[in-house]
Design a protein around this ligand. Sequence first.
Ligand code: FAD
Length: 132
Amino acid sequence: EAADECPPDGEALGRGTWAFLHSAAAYYPATPSPIQRESMLALLRALPHVYPCAPCAESLGEELEREARAGRSHEGGPALADAVHDGPSLRRWLCGVHNEVNERLGKKKVPCTEEVLQARWRDGPPDGRCDA
Ligand code: FAD
């Protein structure tokens, strides 16, 4: 891995971006305020326009357009506009989008359950090995 003073390569950029997005989703409330819903929707819809990896941004934009047309996500769950309604729906949606990228890159998919996602991005594993 390159030193901290070097610009991030595609892998480091991806890891950092996923960490931010999944963490934001992990703390997204069960009942978000209207401003939280609007802001999360705007944040995720902005990514295809500003994510600094052109082919990644393009694939994500196509995915968002596809699901907006279908009114359902890749996995058959709610599309983004509905998924921002509550924390569990948003987390499942984001996990599905990440899995779609994983699939394209030949990486392992993650089970999109609350248990798995909240252990990974908010609570840490039950054995406490991540506790400070
Ligand atoms: P990452 O995929 O970065 O994942 C980081 C951690 O997230 C994993 O270690 C795991 O613990 C956890 N995780 C994995 N899957 C899930 C999931 N479904 N839900 C929740 N947590 C999960 N790279 C390309 O080469 N081509 C692309 O088109 C491309 N598009 C991208 C689009 C976006 C929006 C982003 C943010 C990144 C994209 N990337 C793309 C980068 C790519 O997804 C990876 O981030 C990068 O390859 C580093 O992979 P990694 O194996 O370290 O784990």
